[in-house]
Design a protein around this ligand. Structure first.
Ligand SMILES: *Cc1c(COP(=O)(O)O)cnc(C)c1O
Length: 393
């Protein structure tokens, strides 16, 4: 059932049926299981003849509310919510790959996704090839008879690289393989990969969707028949979303549009001002004309999102000094928060990679990733500028 409202309205108004208590705000269904009036109803539910809730590992009204909103926002057919972004990604791989199957992924992906592909895939007999995200046409040559999926993140974390999803979906369709897109950085407010041919879209709801750094969550949305397979895998293996987290995340979606507007406006302004800063080699932001994939960003995204990256002159040492000189911005391993966050990938999240591996995914020694929060833009900017001045002194 397609909604007749705009996504902004669905994000606010999609809600579980009002109970006899006549609550206005959505209630939280903290229950492990659900009751039946009689043996026949219970039999029918277990036989999948009804879609009554049985057990919260399978389904739960609070979780369904969050999932329904995400389906509406992404313009997808179906969805399933998971305990974290990683469990959503893992479930997508496990639901569709068998021993002997092959995955093609962009090299510029989240660290834990890289770990699944390189460390755990061999245990199950899955193979992979990485491609350079700046050269999507190179994917076609990597396709094998056993290839099941093309996997990408756009924009990528942390390098903010952008790939043309239409090119990838054309290759996927031609060879009858799935295209799965991690849409964590853009959120459905800014980019809807289904419109560009993605079969599956995954999210870490921990980031912008929560938006306040409180809970973990993930979601897979996409084609109905595919989501059914993800559901079947998750229902038995157990990476389900907690109803408490779902309630938090569903309330968060009520403000996702206004938050992403503000995050993106501040991020663009900060990126533009930083481009004039003499202590930086370069600044990267999807909606700066200097971004190498600016044209693709304009085609796929309605705004630039909340993450800005820049390269400090002087590399690793200056990058670490910069972090130490920040007063307002938090040093923490998250992004997509109301509070601005700075991180230095080459000494933290990506320290285990070799220098060459880091450079291949756009992580230069002085790369700083800033997640722009909801503080006054001048306060964020002043903190970055004073920390840069001090680091260079
Ligand atoms: C954080 C993140 C993930 C993992 O999500 P978790 O909720 O931490 O499990 C996956 N992809 C991207 C792009 C991320 O930033």
């Amino acid at each position: 059932m397609k909604s007749s409202y705009h996504p902004e309205t669905d994000a606010v108004r999609l809600q579980t049926h009002r109970t006899e208590q006549m609550e206005h705000s959505t209630p939280m269904f903290l229950t492990s299981s659900f009751c039946f009036d009689n043996a026949e109803e219970m039999r029918a539910a277990f036989a999948d003849e009804t879609d009554d809730n049985i057990y919260s590992r399978f389904s739960n009204p609070s979780v369904d509310e969050f999932t329904r909103k995400m389906i509406a926002l992404e313009g997808a057919e179906s969805g399933f919510s998971t305990a974290s972004g990683m469990s959503a990604i893992f479930a997508c791989f496990m639901a569709f790959m068998q021993t002997g199957d092959h995955l093609i992924s962009s090299r510029s992906i989240f660290g834990s996704t890289h770990t699944i592909i390189t460390k755990f895939f061999p245990k199950w007999g899955f193979s992979h090839d990485y491609f350079d995200i700046n050269d999507p046409a190179s994917v076609e040559a990597l396709v094998k008879p056993t290839t099941r999926m093309i996997y990408v993140e756009t924009p990528s974390n942390p390098g903010l690289e952008i790939v043309d999803m239409s090119i990838l979906s054309a290759i996927a369709k031609k060879h009858n393989i799935l295209l799965c897109v991690d849409n964590c950085f853009a959120t459905p407010v800014i980019q809807r990969p289904v419109e560009f041919g993605a079969d599956l879209v995954v999210h870490s709801a921990t980031k912008w969707i929560d938006g306040q750094g409180r809970v973990l969550g993930g979601v897979v949305v996409g084609r109905k028949d595919l989501v059914k397979d993800v559901y079947t895998f998750c229902r038995s293996t157990g990476p389900s979303m907690s109803p408490f987290n779902a309630w938090v995340l569903s309330k968060s979606l009520e403000t996702l549009h206004v938050r992403m507007d503000k995050h993106s406006a501040s991020a663009l302004e900060i990126a533009q001002r930083l481009e004039r800063n003499p202590h930086l080699e370069w600044v990267k932001y999807p909606f700066l004309p200097s971004h190498p994939q600016y044209e693709i960003a304009k085609k796929q995204m309605s705004k630039g999102g909340g993450v800005v990256c820049f390269e400090i002159k002087g590399g690793l040492d200056k990058g670490r000094r910069f972090l130490n000189n920040l007063k307002l911005l938090s040093l923490t391993a998250n992004l997509g928060d109301s509070r601005s966050i700075a991180s230095h990938p080459s000494s933290t999240t990506h320290a285990k990679l070799s220098e060459t591996e880091r450079l291949q995914v756009g992580i230069t020694p002085g790369l700083i990733r800033v997640s722009i929060g909801l503080e006054h833009v001048d306060d964020i900017m002043n903190d970055i500028e004073q920390a840069l001045e001090k680091s260079m002194a």
